[in-house]
Design a protein around this ligand. Sequence first.
Ligand SMILES: Nc1nc2c(c(=O)[nH]1)N[C@H]1C(S)=C(S)[C@@H](COP(=O)(O)OP(=O)(O)OC[C@H]3O[C@@H](n4cnc5c(=O)[nH]c(N)nc54)[C@H](O)[C@@H]3O)O[C@H]1N2
Ligand SMILES: Nc1nc2c(c(=O)[nH]1)N[C@H]1C(S)=C(S)[C@@H](COP(=O)(O)OP(=O)(O)OC[C@H]3O[C@@H](n4cnc5c(=O)[nH]c(N)nc54)[C@H](O)[C@@H]3O)O[C@H]1N2
Ligand SMILES: [Mo]
Length: 756
Amino acid sequence: MPEFSHSAHWGAFRARWEGDTLQVLPHPADPNPSPVLQNIPSALRNRARVAAPAVRRSWWEGGPGPRDRGRDEEFLEVGWDEVLDRLAAEVRRVHAGHGPAAVYGGSYGWASAGRFHHAQGQIHRFLSMSGGYTQSVNTYSGGAAEVLLPHVLGPFEPVTRSVVTWDQVAAHTDTVLAFGGMALKNSTVGSGGVSRHVERGAMGAAHRRGARFVLVSPLRPDLPPEVDARWLAPEPGTDAALMIGLAHTLVAEDLHDRAFLARHCAGWETYAATLRDADWAAGICGIPADEIRALARRLAAGRTLITVSQSLQRAEHGEQPVWAGLALAAMLGQIGLPGGGFVYGLGSLAQYGRVPNAVPVPTLARRPNPIRSYIPVARVADMLLNPGALYQYNGEDHVYPDVRLVWWCGGNPFHHHQDLTRLRRAFGRPDTVVVHESVWTATARHADVVLPATTTLEREDIGAAGTDSLIVAMKPVAAPFGQARDDHAIFAALAGRLGFGERFTEGRTPREWLEHLWDRTRKGLADKGFPAPDFDEFWAAGELLLPPGPDDGGMLAAFRNGGRPLYTESGKIQIASEEIASYGYDDCPGHPAWIPPTEPPTREHPLWLVSNQPATRLHSQLDFGATSAEAKVDGREVMRIHPSDARVRGITDGDVVRLHNARGACLAAARVTDEIRAGVVQLPTGAWYTPLSDEDPTCVHGNPNVLTRDVGSSRLAQGCTGQLTTVQVSRYEGAPPPVDAHRPPRIVPAADARPE
Ligand SMILES: Nc1nc2c(c(=O)[nH]1)N[C@H]1C(S)=C(S)[C@@H](COP(=O)(O)OP(=O)(O)OC[C@H]3O[C@@H](n4cnc5c(=O)[nH]c(N)nc54)[C@H](O)[C@@H]3O)O[C@H]1N2
Ligand SMILES: Nc1nc2c(c(=O)[nH]1)N[C@H]1C(S)=C(S)[C@@H](COP(=O)(O)OP(=O)(O)OC[C@H]3O[C@@H](n4cnc5c(=O)[nH]c(N)nc54)[C@H](O)[C@@H]3O)O[C@H]1N2
Ligand SMILES: [Mo]
């Protein structure tokens, strides 16, 4: 039976047909393959697939304009030529009447692992060539850290990705202090693909060598059970206070590295003057002061690594725990030593903690946007609701553009954005919303024009990531579903109508593009004297292992040992920053600080809701797949709750519950467990938004983003704050409404519905 090599963000795999069933087998070299792979077989012929171009009736018949884009409105099935003609005309209309900044191609999202057909690469190329567009900067993942770290440590990727590797942790670290943990469910995923899930093995090896793990998190499963972590569960959102209390203890007991602070850091005195003691910290975070003091002593007793997960900064004032964690590590003086110091994001994704490849991998080069118009990515609803309004970002004042045409390809804002009821209102503002999708996501259902995209399984591509040594020849396993087309083909056809078809394709077929992209890697190999197979050899072999670069501690080791300055205002680690202080933001002062939340728990909404990444899928992708579906209860997402919180509410395991706050409500199935801090409930993201109706936005499926708050982390970074909010939970009385989350909208044929 033929086997097809292929790759997803959650693992390289082999696919083979057994009769009508697609079998998905993990890559044989993967020591700890992801269960998420088993969502893939259902991707091909699911009823949620978009089979043909579809347009909202009111848009097709009434033309572009603001409208209440309900999820329940009927769609018309139209022909490719008709819809592409209409879209080309719409681009021309918006450019002529409002200028290219009125096109928003933020189009944030993960799409799929192939590097040529990567949806983001294709849409940005198209919109840049069409004359420009308003784009987005930073990510939902790390918005606060991506803006903060360049100020205080250096360029984001070089100071996070490969400075401390899993090999170093296994060999050198004595104490791992993991804020937000390093949940194995998360390192299952790596952008562009991951061939070897090494995290569990590395943590186990460190533990067997005698390393101690300290987990700071509301959830016990955020470190694997076999490392026997000491579990500290502070109140969510208070990590910066805990870090300040630890820092104070180091100073009080003279355990800080004065020489390192003097030689390698700037602003230490400023921060030192603000430190508060362990008793103060205990009063905020709920960890006893003695425990904080004992932990500080342990940190100073050997090689210590402080990790801060992305989740801590995906919250209001999320800059602070990242900065305070860096300051704490600087006080221990081990930044730049193997397995020591500070690392942001280790364990959050599989691309962290690994060495970069020695040669470049194939990627579609990004075209520069000819106009300068952008927003921080998580401000999309603000932008649509408030054109012309002023906002602050990273020391500058900005004005939101007046967007008329929204174009999404490879992302799902009705998955990733906060306060979905508000987003729904924001989606009513532009004249036209276009979405390329393989499946009828909530975003597709709230759009005007839905163009059916192939899935990665239906096209050939190259899977590769800069810190994974395996390049995968992604072989198609099935013909395109219905009338689905590749995003590249859709944009090429539109570019043709707009007069830049040849520039867009450069005259290459998709196969010729793959050969072209491969050439960069082949040349890189040849230049360094490695065997350099040509494209046909690579394609026939199905994969190639690239040589790894050195595990040398990167930029931070060079700074520590080689005296190479950092790219910060002083060339040193900024424990405080005069630059940031000069912005005058009280929500992000010039040194790490604990800033109380603006929406703390109240009598009405007494519980913290952690909405973290789902263990059973990547975000909303393949939510209908086997692994995702098996973990639900009667089709509903599971919410974890502590026995004491369940008892007072009369909730027992398996009950349907209602989570609610001032912004909205959703239903979920309760799982009662003592592996969560009391006072905290957890509901992962990714259950497709399924409101009761266009009038009642209660999500019956369990999407936490009906509850989260749509505010930026601070005026510095304006990062996503979806991780935490406050809610009340009650038992759902009566028969719960059925869940039919993956049903397409009503679609009627409209072969002759073309208006004049
Ligand atoms: N409350 C809360 N919200 C959060 C977070 C949180 O912690 N809490 N985390 C945030 C984070 S870190 C992230 S990264 C975001 C993730 O948000 P997204 O990246 O938007 O989520 P995905 O579900 O991965 O969306 C990708 C979409 O692309 C589609 N797709 C896949 N391949 C293709 C293709 O080839 N072509 C086209 N046209 N489409 C394709 C998929 O069907 C899917 O709908 O969510 C954020 N939202
Ligand atoms: N299986 C799977 N893996 C994924 C993804 C996925 O969708 N599915 N998405 C990937 C993406 S795009 C990203 S950006 C990363 C995100 O990586 P992270 O943001 O690190 O992941 P999360 O699971 O959201 O959060 C990790 C843990 O932080 C803890 N936490 C929450 N709030 C607090 C707090 O205030 N203090 C402390 N100390 N801990 C807290 C929670 O218990 C949570 O389980 O994950 C990646 N990995
Ligand atoms: Mo992310």
